[in-house]
Design a binder for this molecule. Structure first.
Ligand SMILES: *Cc1c(COP(=O)(O)O)cnc(C)c1O
Length: 361
């Protein structure tokens, strides 16, 4: 059994993907080829925003967005302590400091009511993460941000395809950033990412930043990065985009089925808030004696993963250990993710559920 199955998807879309790859090999415009622009137009339309700027990874999407907002040394960015390192890493790369606000114990996303307490005169952005495929409470976050005139960047690396109050993740704040890392809900065959915004000026800046700060060839008006999405990856994503809504639906149904089947067990299942549609980037439960539990599942050939075992404030490279984030720290000790992908069969899921229930008690 696989934790994430990428091969089945390739087998199903092989003809289209191979054809698109071949097309790029034939025209050989490997950097900024025509597929990149077509993809950006289609993605902007899918999300329902004016601009999509593709970039080389989710991390670069966050970094380019922060750079476009002029975030620099001495600034502070409020974010969650419970995420993948890239969220804080991108902030630190600009010279700014991540300031953490603890999470909500039910959703694992940043708790909006704790954001306001973390705001100082140095706060220059708020970066919530839509963790495990469920959007952060963006309306509450945007409201606080608007009061203090602070921009919001949604780290939507895990939530491409998710919905919040009938709007798509990535289009819920000033800038939305996603990742096309292969195991994310909408993945390519290498690294990739994108920024989304309705703001013309920010779109222009991100476009320049991802291409060495040039506004035309060899005219560099700002310091940027080498942050472009490869044409080959764009061609692969174009082939996958048509079936993506079906896959997102399958993910949601598989996630909901897990929750139904585990309802009477001791596992604490994902809590999806009303007005939210999760893409279940991970199906993450909360258990006691996690180590023992994982070992028992492994013996039955069921892979699991931990997202994430150490809160960001405790990572050696960040080491902000003076402050405590008890909800995030408790989650880091207890969460464990079960196999999750759009091709997980009912039969496989039944086996997983049976073993989960046996291993918990
Ligand atoms: C994967 C991920 C990123 C980074 O994306 P890459 O494409 O791997 O650079 C950032 N934030 C979160 C929450 C992620 O899960």
């Amino acid at each position: 059994m696989q934790f994430i199955d990428l091969k089945t998807q390739y087998k199903q879309l092989k003809e289209k993907i191979d054809k698109n790859i071949k097309k790029v090999l034939n025209h050989s415009q490997f950097i900024m080829g025509p597929e990149v622009k077509i993809l950006e137009e289609k993605l902007a339309e899918y999300i329902g925003v004016k601009h999509c700027i593709t970039v080389s990874s989710g991390t670069d999407a966050l970094l380019a967005s922060l750079m476009a907002l002029g975030i620099k040394t001495g600034d502070q960015v409020i974010t969650t302590p419970f995420s993948f390192i890239a969220t804080s890493e991108s902030i630190i790369l600009t010279g700014a400091k991540p300031v953490f606000a603890d999470i909500n114990p039910q959703t694992y996303n940043i708790e909006p009511s704790l954001i306001e307490k973390a705001i100082t005169s140095e706060t220059k952005a708020i970066m919530p993460v839509s963790l495990y495929g469920q959007c952060a409470d963006m309306e509450a976050i945007n409201k606080i941000a608007a009061q203090y005139n602070i921009p919001v960047i949604e780290d939507a690396a895990q939530s491409f395809g998710a919905e919040y109050k009938n709007k798509k993740s990535c289009g819920l704040s000033l800038i939305g950033c996603t990742s096309f890392f292969p195991s994310k809900p909408f993945g390519c065959y290498g690294d990739g990412g994108a920024c989304f915004t309705n703001n013309d000026e920010i779109a222009k800046r991100i476009k320049e930043i991802k291409d060495h700060g040039q506004n035309r060839r060899y005219n560099h008006i700002r310091i940027g990065i080498n942050g472009r999405l490869d044409t080959l990856q764009a061609a692969i994503l174009l082939a996958k985009l048509e079936t993506f809504p079906t896959e997102a639906k399958a993910r949601e149904q598989i996630g909901e089925r897990y929750t139904r089947l585990l309802k009477n067990s001791k596992a604490v299942c994902p809590h999806i808030l009303p007005d939210n549609k999760s893409v279940y980037a991970q199906y993450t439960i909360n258990v006691e004696n996690r180590e023992d539990f994982a070992k028992k599942l492994k013996q039955k050939n069921i892979p699991t993963a931990i997202h994430y075992p150490i809160t960001l404030n405790r990572q050696p490279a960040i080491a902000q250990t003076d402050k405590k984030y008890p909800i995030a720290e408790s989650a880091a000790k207890r969460v464990i993710s079960l196999p999750m992908h759009p091709f997980l069969s009912d039969a496989e899921q039944n086996i997983i559920v049976k073993e989960v229930i046996k291993s918990i008690d």
